[in-house]
Write a protein that binds this ligand. Sequence first.
Ligand code: ZN
Ligand code: ZN
Length: 486
Amino acid sequence: MCENEDVAHLRLDRYRNVYVRKRTLDLKIGNSALHLRVQQHMCIQGKALPIFQNFDVLREDIMSTPAMEGVRPAEQKLLDSIVKGSVEELKSLVQDPDVRTDFVDDTGMTPLMHAAFRGREEICELLLAHGADVNADTHQNKYSALMFGALSGNTEVTRILLNAGAKRDVENSVGRNAAQMAGFVGQHQCVSVINNFFPKEELLYFTKIHGLEKEPKLPMELFPSLLKLVNTAALHPVKLSFYLQEHVGLLEEYKKIVKVLEMLCEKGMKAKDTNDVIAMKTHYLATLIRNVGKIYAEKKEVETWIKCLVKGRESDGFAEYQEKFLRQVLREFPYAESELLQQMVRSLANVQIGDSPTAVCTLSQGLNGQRFQEDDCCDTCGEPKAAKKCSACKMVNYCNLRCQKLHWSTHKKFCKKLAEQYKLQEIRRQQEEEKQKEQAAKENMKKAEQSQEQSESIQNESQGKVPHEGEGDSNSTEHTELMNES
Ligand SMILES: [Zn+2]
Ligand SMILES: [Zn+2]
């Protein structure tokens, strides 16, 4: 059931959201067929689209039939080493004078594209270091290395290519860019990496002195921590506040940082090719840093602020302050014409505080193009796949002890109640299981009954079945029932 409900969210158009449903497709086709398939489905915007669940199989098909006309033997060896993932072999092959940089196979794929599609991080780095063109456009259907990397689902490869200057807005011959292609095959983490990528040159600009300035707008020592912050995909305010707590330099100079972020926001909206994802994100970060910076200037700590964000209201433990803060962030976004903003505002318009979707969910979905609410998210900081549970109630998840401690003052009021809920759930689950077992046993009995003509032999038959079904007790009641019936 969950499989079918696994509705993935992606941004197909700059402003349009399309829902993609998982469905297994029977595919045994090559490269151009993938392309056709994609073309066919990508055209139906706004509708539920099938997704390549068996994409791995498809990938193997594409890779396994390279008819290599015009590829030299040494180059063929290099391609083989990419397939095998053999870094050492590749290291010596790239030195071979017979291996051309960016040679292409029959489909126009360069070695870097192959490595990206295979999700080979180290090999991608090696090829790039040897001068591979990250923006080569030789592929027959105009797939870029970034598209192949994103399709592979390897976020590190995607990041390596972006850092090497891969262009995000390049479109293939069906008019789709890398993020859209990745979303289409369900690689949402790659979508998120691409959407949130902020080229370091743009930030580096602020570390230099321009015009009549006496000092740069951004102190160089704060550049790495700010770059990391602008590139993060974890947008939960608690998670971001943890980061600020670890990088107090950003808070000590919060006025400068806020100014830089505001300029980036403006640039995002006023550039020829507007990017309201970056604009909204930098606005959000600016608002957060301004708030936390002021508090830090006064108290020299961030913990009080984090506790405020985590604190739940009396009635149901919902983090009301956090919700209000984030809604405020949206309200204060200076560009009312932004479609991204309008879309977020619409999704929150008639939602009472405490109901779904929450502001953090809406924000994260809008900026990352993916679902946020997963069952196993940390109840404190939103981090996905939080493995620890409250041992008393088993109904809340945390990443670690720190997150649990922060949440405890709120959770302790509800832990007992939740524990009871959990117990009830467990009982219901067990009852359901037993019911199903009984049902199965009954059906088996019926089958046995049907297969025998004489009522005497039914008993023999059903006794014969006992060992297969295990659990003597439940079976003995089955017997009496069956005998009563007959
Ligand atoms: Zn956490
Ligand atoms: Zn609990």
